[in-house]
Every structure is written in C-alpha cells, then in structure tokens.
Design a protein around this ligand. Structure first.
Ligand SMILES: CC(=O)[C@@H](O)[C@H](O)COP(=O)(O)O
Ligand SMILES: NCC(=O)COP(=O)(O)O
Length: 237
C-alpha cells in the first residue's frame, strides 16, 4: 500500500498572502486527514515564506496520521525536528534562495554529515528519509548513511511524462528496486499529480509513501479538496 501524505505548504502560502488566518492551516490538516489523507507533510524554509516554524509546533497535536517534516538540516531545522519529534524527517539539500527543491543529495560527497545527522534523528526515534535523484550510486550511498528510507525526487519523471516520454520511469524503477535490495524504504515526491500518479505507482516497486502538495492543492481549486484526496487514494490502491 502506498500512503498519501499531503504537503500543506501551499495552504500556508495562501494564508500568508493576506497576513490573517485564512485558510486555517490547522483546520485544513485536520480535514485532509478526515478525508482519508494518511499523512501531513510540511517543508519549512528558513525565510518562513510558507510554513512558519510555529506552524510545525501547532500541527503536532492535530496530526494523528504520519507527520513528515522536510528540509535542509541547518541548525535551526535540526533543533525544530528534534523538539517536535515527528514520525519522519526528510532531509533535502535545498539552497536558501531556491524557489522549490531542485536536486537530491550527493550521498557520497556529504556522507559524513548525513551519517551524523541521521544517527542523531534515529537516536531520538524519528524515521529518516533522504531526498535523492534516481541514480544507482547515490542510492548505494544512501544505504551507507544509515537512513531508513529514500525519497525519490520525481521532478524529471513528471516533466518527461507530461511530454509523453513514459520511459522516464525506468531509472526510478531501477533505483527503487536497488533501494529495496539494500533494505531502504521507498518514498517519492515533487510534481506528482492526478495525471501521473497512477502510472508512477504502478511502475515503482515497494512504493511506501508519496508526498504531494503543489498539484494537489491546485487541482482542489477546481475539484474540491475532499474529492481530490479521494481521487489520489483511488489511484494509489
Ligand atoms: C522536497 C520536495 O520536493 C517538496 O517538499 C517541495 O520542495 C515542496 O516545497 P515548496 O512548497 O517550498 O516548493
Ligand atoms: N516531498 C515532495 C512534497 O512534499 C511535495 O512536492 P510538490 O507536490 O509540492 O511538488
């Protein structure tokens, strides 16, 4: 079974655009779970342009499914995650000025650092996942870091699939199989959508979880949030 974790960054973006509390991020997270969502993902960024650090704390008591916090493990992020102790932390090597995540870890180059932060999170009972491009060497490195899971960075797949190139799935399927052979769980995310999720799910072995935000919230403008959550759940069966 593949779990759907809904990334609520875009709800925070909309809220912040007016400075008040509409839409109410906490209520949306509660509703998503009531609609069947199996997890809530946030990706706070240092400039707090969408998720604020305080949101991460406010969400903690209401996320009764899986709480996944993503981000670059700079000291402020490390402190936040160790304090909140979510179900899972996903480490993403994003630059401060990046519009959105745009690359996975070079697991060989950053091996020492990754081993250190991963062991600290694991000591605190937090499941660890690292965001990676679909490259076999990188997956081997991920296994050596001690991470529990990888999150496959799916931007390239999504963009190629939209152009009709369904073969773009091949490196992802190979990397997922290698991860399984190396005892790593497999998550995926970035630009997954109602259009590509079924094909992705059907072709990736052992897919445990997808985190989806940008497309899901955009689709909800037309189709409604409850409906869209259920459309994803149907495609992930
Ligand atoms: C790691 C990943 O792919 C997502 O967390 C994505 O980066 C969402 O972040 P933004 O909402 O800031 O684009
Ligand atoms: N980890 C990916 C995520 O949380 C959502 O990415 P996107 O759907 O907003 O591209």
């Amino acid at each position: 079974m593949t779990k759907l974790s809904v990334n609520v960054n875009k709800i925070a973006t909309l809220r912040n655009s007016r400075g008040g509390n509409t839409p109410n991020l906490i209520q949306v997270a509660i509703d998503i779970q009531n609609f069947g969502g199996q997890g809530i993902t946030i990706h706070p960024r240092p400039d707090e342009r969408h998720i604020r650090y305080q949101d991460a704390y406010d969400l903690k008591p209401v996320v009764v499914t899986e709480y996944n916090i993503e981000g670059n493990p700079v000291p402020k992020f490390l402190d936040l995650v160790l304090d909140i102790k979510p179900t899972q932390v996903t480490l993403v090597p994003d630059a401060e000025d990046a519009i959105t995540s745009n690359a996975g870890w070079d697991t060989k180059k950053h091996m020492g650092f990754l081993k250190e932060v991963i062991s600290e999170f694991k000591r605190n009972g937090i499941r660890t996942s690292i965001f990676v491009d679909p490259v076999l060497d990188i997956i081997e490195g991920a296994a050596t870091t001690g991470a529990d899971r990888i999150e496959l960075y799916t931007e390239e797949f999504a963009s190629e699939y939209t152009k009709g190139n369904s073969e773009a799935i091949i490196p992802y399927a190979k990397c997922a199989q290698l991860a399984i052979d190396l005892n790593l769980g497999v998550n995926a995310g970035h630009d997954l959508s109602l259009d590509n999720i079924k094909f992705f799910k059907e072709n990736i072995p052992g897919l445990l979880e997808v985190s989806i935000g940008h497309a899901l919230i955009s689709e909800s403008i037309y189709l409604g949030l409850e409906n869209v959550v259920n459309m994803y759940l149907n495609r992930l069966k």
